[in-house]
Design a protein around this ligand. Structure first.
Ligand SMILES: [Zn+2]
Length: 146
């Protein structure tokens, strides 16, 4: 039986602070942004005040493509709390901009059986209160029917 995961499961929202606010609210503009070192170009996530590569403190949020690859995933078939809709896919995706630039997220807008390691996915946002949760959906070549 195919099971569609059209909606994202409910979850606890992140607590915003000065360092992560841009990340969680970036989706308001429809883009995904990460902290980037202006000295060496390295993306830093979670955001930190010092670049792990070159120790620079010249760090600002920078927009990325939103395209990523599924590194690993699990299908959660149990509703762990009231309001949580199972099944859903919990995945770790790696952004195309940088090896190791990863997010733990959900893959949505497809059947849970359609998710695979190495899959191309793209970001979309789930707006909850004052945060825009970055989720991912299959990145189909243009022209393909969904
Ligand atoms: Zn740097």
């Amino acid at each position: 039986m195919r099971v569609d995961c059209l909606a994202s499961p409910r979850r606890d929202l992140p607590a915003l602070n000065e360092r992560n606010r841009f990340f969680w609210q970036s989706g308001e503009a429809g883009v995904l942004r990460f902290s980037q070192c202006n000295a060496c170009g390295y993306f830093i996530h979670p955001s930190a005040p010092i670049c792990a590569q070159c120790r620079s403190r010249d760090i600002t949020p920078a927009e990325v493509s939103g395209r990523a690859t599924v590194l690993t995933f699990t299908i959660n078939r149990h509703a762990w709390q009231a309001g949580l809709e199972a099944p859903f896919v919990v995945a770790i995706v790696e952004m195309e901009e940088q090896e190791g630039l990863r997010l733990t997220t959900n893959i949505v807008n497809c059947s849970v059986e359609d998710v695979f390691i190495g899959q191309s996915v793209k970001v979309l946002f789930d707006h909850r209160e004052d945060v825009w949760l970055p989720l991912f959906e299959p990145d189909l070549p243009s022209g393909d029917a969904k």
